[in-house]
Design a protein around this ligand. Structure first.
Ligand code: ZN
Length: 119
């Protein structure tokens, strides 16, 4: 299989050496500047939090539906401030989702963990 390589900055197909990552110096500089910009770091940090949250929910909920506690979520580094969407049921309960994994706060610091098959 000959995998097509794309410029990390602009996405143009690359030709030539197998270790080539950019079209030219302009793309290389552009990419490196973006890596170092604070707005890019903000996006990257939030993406990392969301991915970590999702991984934690996946770990705690391998079967697709279970209960856990705030303590267990926190111990793994779960950040309750970030989620990708929320969903309110007809009876007024609000689920928060990190991608396909969701949680619903219950009484006594317990949480119901769920998984959506379709997104
Ligand atoms: Zn390029």
């Amino acid at each position: 299989m000959n995998e097509e390589r794309l410029c990390l900055d602009c996405g143009t197909t690359l030709h030539g050496r197998a270790d080539k990552k950019f079209c030219n110096d302009l793309c290389r500089n552009n990419y490196n500047n973006q890596l170092n910009s604070s707005s890019y770091n903000l996006v990257r940090n939030i993406n990392n939090i969301l991915r970590r949250n999702r991984r934690i929910l996946e770990e705690l909920n391998p079967g697709g539906k279970t209960k856990t506690t705030r303590k267990k979520l926190s111990a793994k580094g779960f950040d309750f401030e970030y989620h990708t969407r929320s969903y309110q049921t007809q009876n007024g309960k609000t689920y928060h989702f990190c991608y396909e994994y969701g949680y619903l706060p219950l009484d006594n610091d317990e949480f119901l963990l769920v998984k959506r098959e379709e997104v």
